[in-house]
Design a protein around this ligand. Structure first.
Ligand SMILES: *[C@@H]1O[C@H](CO)[C@@H](O)[C@H](O)[C@H]1NC(C)=O
Length: 226
Protein backbone atom coordinates (compact mmCIF):
# COMPACT_ATOMS: atom_id res chain seq x y z
CA UNK A 1 0.00 0.00 0.00
CA UNK A 2 2.63 2.44 1.09
CA UNK A 3 4.99 1.44 -1.73
CA UNK A 4 2.33 1.98 -4.39
CA UNK A 5 1.58 5.39 -2.90
CA UNK A 6 5.22 6.39 -3.21
CA UNK A 7 5.37 5.00 -6.72
CA UNK A 8 2.29 7.00 -7.73
CA UNK A 9 3.89 10.19 -6.46
CA UNK A 10 7.10 9.43 -8.31
CA UNK A 11 5.16 8.80 -11.53
CA UNK A 12 3.17 12.00 -11.01
CA UNK A 13 6.30 14.05 -10.41
CA UNK A 14 7.92 12.54 -13.46
CA UNK A 15 4.92 13.44 -15.63
CA UNK A 16 4.90 16.99 -14.35
CA UNK A 17 8.62 17.33 -14.91
CA UNK A 18 8.45 15.90 -18.44
CA UNK A 19 5.59 18.15 -19.52
CA UNK A 20 7.22 21.13 -17.92
CA UNK A 21 10.56 20.40 -19.57
CA UNK A 22 8.87 20.02 -22.92
CA UNK A 23 6.99 23.27 -22.43
CA UNK A 24 10.13 25.17 -21.55
CA UNK A 25 12.03 23.95 -24.60
CA UNK A 26 9.01 24.29 -26.87
CA UNK A 27 8.17 27.85 -25.95
CA UNK A 28 11.65 29.16 -25.27
CA UNK A 29 12.10 31.16 -28.43
CA UNK A 30 8.54 32.00 -29.34
CA UNK A 31 8.34 35.04 -27.10
CA UNK A 32 5.43 33.53 -25.21
CA UNK A 33 5.07 34.60 -21.61
CA UNK A 34 6.00 31.92 -19.09
CA UNK A 35 3.29 29.58 -17.94
CA UNK A 36 1.76 29.91 -14.49
CA UNK A 37 3.44 27.03 -12.63
CA UNK A 38 0.98 27.00 -9.73
CA UNK A 39 -1.96 26.72 -12.06
CA UNK A 40 -0.33 23.87 -13.91
CA UNK A 41 0.50 21.95 -10.77
CA UNK A 42 -3.05 22.39 -9.54
CA UNK A 43 -4.52 20.86 -12.66
CA UNK A 44 -2.28 17.85 -12.18
CA UNK A 45 -2.86 17.30 -8.52
CA UNK A 46 -6.60 17.85 -8.41
CA UNK A 47 -8.29 14.49 -8.77
CA UNK A 48 -10.34 13.61 -11.82
CA UNK A 49 -13.80 15.10 -11.29
CA UNK A 50 -15.70 11.86 -11.53
CA UNK A 51 -13.99 8.50 -11.66
CA UNK A 52 -16.32 7.36 -14.43
CA UNK A 53 -14.89 9.84 -16.90
CA UNK A 54 -12.78 8.06 -19.47
CA UNK A 55 -9.49 9.88 -19.79
CA UNK A 56 -8.32 10.65 -23.31
CA UNK A 57 -6.31 7.91 -25.03
CA UNK A 58 -7.23 5.66 -22.03
CA UNK A 59 -4.59 7.55 -20.13
CA UNK A 60 -4.29 6.92 -16.40
CA UNK A 61 -4.54 10.63 -15.72
CA UNK A 62 -6.40 13.66 -16.89
CA UNK A 63 -4.15 16.08 -18.74
CA UNK A 64 -4.43 19.75 -17.77
CA UNK A 65 -5.88 22.45 -19.95
CA UNK A 66 -3.64 23.70 -22.77
CA UNK A 67 -2.11 20.25 -23.24
CA UNK A 68 -2.80 17.33 -25.56
CA UNK A 69 -2.97 13.78 -24.21
CA UNK A 70 -0.91 11.19 -26.03
CA UNK A 71 -0.09 7.51 -25.73
CA UNK A 72 2.45 5.61 -27.80
CA UNK A 73 3.21 1.87 -27.80
CA UNK A 74 5.90 0.15 -29.83
CA UNK A 75 5.24 -3.03 -31.76
CA UNK A 76 5.58 -6.41 -30.06
CA UNK A 77 8.29 -8.40 -31.84
CA UNK A 78 7.12 -8.72 -35.47
CA UNK A 79 3.65 -9.84 -34.42
CA UNK A 80 1.56 -7.02 -32.96
CA UNK A 81 1.84 -3.58 -34.52
CA UNK A 82 2.49 -0.35 -32.62
CA UNK A 83 -0.19 2.19 -31.76
CA UNK A 84 -0.22 5.96 -31.59
CA UNK A 85 -3.04 7.92 -29.94
CA UNK A 86 -3.16 11.72 -29.88
CA UNK A 87 -5.88 13.88 -28.32
CA UNK A 88 -8.13 10.83 -27.90
CA UNK A 89 -7.87 9.62 -31.49
CA UNK A 90 -6.01 6.42 -32.35
CA UNK A 91 -4.19 7.51 -35.48
CA UNK A 92 -2.13 4.39 -36.12
CA UNK A 93 -2.78 0.79 -35.03
CA UNK A 94 -3.24 -2.81 -36.14
CA UNK A 95 -7.00 -2.28 -36.18
CA UNK A 96 -6.67 0.75 -38.45
CA UNK A 97 -4.42 -1.40 -40.62
CA UNK A 98 -1.98 1.45 -41.24
CA UNK A 99 1.14 0.29 -39.37
CA UNK A 100 4.16 -1.39 -40.87
CA UNK A 101 7.59 -2.78 -40.17
CA UNK A 102 10.04 0.00 -39.37
CA UNK A 103 9.24 3.54 -38.26
CA UNK A 104 5.60 4.53 -37.75
CA UNK A 105 5.25 8.29 -37.70
CA UNK A 106 2.45 10.77 -37.05
CA UNK A 107 2.97 14.50 -37.61
CA UNK A 108 0.72 16.90 -35.73
CA UNK A 109 0.17 20.62 -36.00
CA UNK A 110 1.29 21.61 -32.49
CA UNK A 111 -1.17 24.49 -32.33
CA UNK A 112 -4.37 22.88 -33.56
CA UNK A 113 -3.56 19.26 -32.63
CA UNK A 114 -4.70 18.11 -36.09
CA UNK A 115 -2.74 15.36 -37.87
CA UNK A 116 -0.83 16.59 -40.91
CA UNK A 117 0.96 13.39 -41.87
CA UNK A 118 0.67 9.67 -41.08
CA UNK A 119 2.94 7.06 -42.60
CA UNK A 120 5.15 4.06 -41.95
CA UNK A 121 8.60 3.47 -43.38
CA UNK A 122 10.06 0.01 -43.85
CA UNK A 123 13.59 0.27 -42.50
CA UNK A 124 14.50 -3.34 -43.19
CA UNK A 125 14.02 -3.53 -46.94
CA UNK A 126 12.46 -0.16 -47.86
CA UNK A 127 14.15 2.88 -49.36
CA UNK A 128 15.35 5.48 -46.84
CA UNK A 129 14.58 8.18 -49.46
CA UNK A 130 10.88 7.93 -48.59
CA UNK A 131 11.65 8.65 -44.95
CA UNK A 132 13.91 11.58 -45.85
CA UNK A 133 11.22 13.06 -48.10
CA UNK A 134 8.77 12.83 -45.19
CA UNK A 135 11.05 14.31 -42.52
CA UNK A 136 12.78 17.11 -44.45
CA UNK A 137 9.79 19.44 -45.03
CA UNK A 138 8.68 19.34 -41.36
CA UNK A 139 8.03 22.90 -40.22
CA UNK A 140 8.69 24.49 -36.87
CA UNK A 141 5.80 23.95 -34.47
CA UNK A 142 5.08 20.46 -35.76
CA UNK A 143 4.99 17.54 -33.32
CA UNK A 144 6.25 14.11 -34.37
CA UNK A 145 5.15 10.88 -32.67
CA UNK A 146 7.15 7.78 -33.57
CA UNK A 147 6.85 4.08 -32.74
CA UNK A 148 9.09 1.22 -33.77
CA UNK A 149 7.89 -2.10 -35.17
CA UNK A 150 10.24 -5.04 -35.71
CA UNK A 151 13.35 -3.39 -37.18
CA UNK A 152 13.94 0.36 -37.34
CA UNK A 153 17.60 0.59 -38.20
CA UNK A 154 18.89 -1.50 -41.10
CA UNK A 155 18.28 1.22 -43.72
CA UNK A 156 18.60 4.20 -41.39
CA UNK A 157 21.46 6.42 -42.54
CA UNK A 158 23.25 9.41 -40.97
CA UNK A 159 21.06 11.95 -42.75
CA UNK A 160 17.87 10.35 -41.41
CA UNK A 161 19.36 10.00 -37.91
CA UNK A 162 20.25 13.69 -37.94
CA UNK A 163 16.72 14.65 -38.96
CA UNK A 164 15.33 12.56 -36.07
CA UNK A 165 17.82 14.15 -33.69
CA UNK A 166 16.64 17.57 -34.92
CA UNK A 167 13.20 16.65 -33.58
CA UNK A 168 14.75 16.25 -30.12
CA UNK A 169 15.72 12.56 -30.07
CA UNK A 170 18.72 11.38 -28.08
CA UNK A 171 18.60 7.75 -29.19
CA UNK A 172 18.36 8.38 -32.95
CA UNK A 173 22.13 8.07 -33.28
CA UNK A 174 22.44 4.59 -31.81
CA UNK A 175 19.23 2.90 -32.98
CA UNK A 176 20.25 -0.58 -34.11
CA UNK A 177 18.75 -3.76 -35.52
CA UNK A 178 15.42 -4.63 -33.81
CA UNK A 179 15.73 -2.13 -30.97
CA UNK A 180 12.45 -0.89 -29.45
CA UNK A 181 11.92 2.87 -29.59
CA UNK A 182 9.08 5.31 -28.91
CA UNK A 183 9.34 9.05 -29.11
CA UNK A 184 7.45 12.33 -29.11
CA UNK A 185 9.37 15.37 -30.26
CA UNK A 186 8.97 18.45 -32.35
CA UNK A 187 10.62 20.71 -34.81
CA UNK A 188 11.99 23.81 -33.16
CA UNK A 189 12.72 22.39 -29.69
CA UNK A 190 15.72 23.99 -28.07
CA UNK A 191 16.63 20.92 -26.04
CA UNK A 192 16.13 17.19 -26.28
CA UNK A 193 12.61 15.88 -25.74
CA UNK A 194 11.87 14.24 -22.37
CA UNK A 195 9.36 11.96 -24.11
CA UNK A 196 11.53 9.12 -25.37
CA UNK A 197 12.03 5.47 -24.45
CA UNK A 198 14.50 3.03 -25.85
CA UNK A 199 15.35 -0.63 -25.32
CA UNK A 200 18.31 -2.30 -26.89
CA UNK A 201 17.89 -5.63 -28.67
CA UNK A 202 20.08 -7.94 -26.64
CA UNK A 203 19.91 -11.70 -26.15
CA UNK A 204 20.43 -11.42 -22.40
CA UNK A 205 17.57 -9.01 -21.71
CA UNK A 206 15.10 -9.59 -24.57
CA UNK A 207 11.58 -10.49 -23.56
CA UNK A 208 10.84 -12.20 -26.86
CA UNK A 209 13.27 -14.41 -28.71
CA UNK A 210 14.72 -11.87 -31.07
CA UNK A 211 13.18 -8.63 -29.81
CA UNK A 212 13.15 -6.53 -26.64
CA UNK A 213 9.99 -5.81 -24.70
CA UNK A 214 7.16 -3.54 -25.86
CA UNK A 215 7.53 0.08 -24.78
CA UNK A 216 4.60 2.25 -23.73
CA UNK A 217 4.45 5.89 -22.79
CA UNK A 218 1.66 8.34 -22.08
CA UNK A 219 1.80 12.00 -21.25
CA UNK A 220 0.56 15.53 -21.70
CA UNK A 221 2.22 17.71 -24.31
CA UNK A 222 1.68 21.47 -24.15
CA UNK A 223 -0.24 23.15 -26.95
CA UNK A 224 1.82 25.61 -28.85
CA UNK A 225 0.01 28.89 -28.42
CA UNK A 226 0.49 31.49 -31.06
C1 LIG B 1 -1.03 24.93 -37.80
O1 LIG B 1 -2.31 25.36 -38.19
C2 LIG B 1 -2.46 26.76 -38.20
C3 LIG B 1 -3.92 27.08 -38.48
O2 LIG B 1 -4.38 26.39 -39.61
C4 LIG B 1 -1.50 27.36 -39.24
O3 LIG B 1 -1.61 28.76 -39.23
C5 LIG B 1 -0.08 26.95 -38.88
O4 LIG B 1 0.81 27.40 -39.87
C6 LIG B 1 0.03 25.45 -38.76
N1 LIG B 1 1.36 25.10 -38.28
C7 LIG B 1 2.05 24.07 -38.76
C8 LIG B 1 3.40 23.84 -38.15
O5 LIG B 1 1.65 23.35 -39.64
Amino acid sequence: MRATGVLRIVVLLFTIAATWLFASTYFSNTGMKSINVKKWLRTYIEPTKTPTIQNKCHSRRLCPEHTFTFRIASGAANVVGPSICFDDIVLMSNVKNNVGRGLNIVLINGTTGKPIGIDSFDMYSGDVKNLLAFLKPIKKGTLALIASYDDVATKLNDEARNLLADLGSIHAFHLAFRDSWIFLGGKGLKNKSPFEQYLKNSKETNKYDGWPEVLEMEGCVPKKLE
